[in-house]
Ligand binder design. Structure first.
Ligand code: CA
Length: 186
């Protein structure tokens, strides 16, 4: 390899490191719940699933997905993912898509105790910064999958983005999630 090329490659690597991720790359690995975690057979890759704690890996026909089950009234059941962001990404727009459906969710003591998706940015001290305002909630029964799209901006000072499908203190019911994607948009 010539010096010229080596220099060019080094430059490319540096620019990839400083500009963060490119638009259009789906950074939500395992968002479709199809692949199995080779280290933990019976669980989906990239997810911490525990049926004893109300989260399970379900199959329907050819499709696999996440299910949250309210095992005890008033308790919270959730799974957790996190994505790290770089200063180079501040101000960039992100788009997240997924689908959800639910069965027999009885709301808890407050009207917002329902099935939902918590998303938030945190700084390096673990403090929440500038939450994403709109989050989809579901209650009752929505038998068909519903496609959801969320768009937001990476706020200054963010270190990570957290995604938490959750059954939030409901009395009963199940909530299904599938096909998460997360990407930067131009
Ligand atoms: Ca799937």
């Amino acid at each position: 390899m010539s010096k010229h090329w080596m220099g060019l490659c080094a430059l490319l690597i540096v620019s990839m490191m400083t500009t963060g991720l490119y638009a259009g790359d789906n950074i939500f690995k395992g968002g479709d719940f199809e692949a199995e975690n080779p280290k933990k057979p019976g669980t989906p890759a990239h997810w911490g699933i525990n049926p004893e704690k109300g989260s399970s890996w379900e199959t329907e026909g050819e499709n696999k997905f996440l299910r949250l089950t309210s095992m005890e009234s008033g308790k919270m059941y959730m799974v957790y993912r996190q994505f790290f962001v770089k200063p180079a990404d501040y101000g960039k727009k992100m788009k997240m898509t997924f689908k959800m459906r639910c069965n027999g969710i009885e709301k808890g003591q407050k009207s917002w105790f329902s099935g939902t998706l918590f998303i938030q940015f945190k700084n390096s001290e673990g403090k929440k910064i500038k939450g994403v305002s709109k989050i989809p909630r579901m209650a009752g029964t929505h038998a068909e999958w519903e496609d959801k799209v969320l768009e937001f901006e990476v706020p200054e000072g963010a270190e990570k983005f957290e995604v938490m499908p959750v059954l939030f203190n409901v009395k009963a019911g199940t909530m299904d999630f599938d096909d998460f994607t997360l990407e930067y948009v131009d």
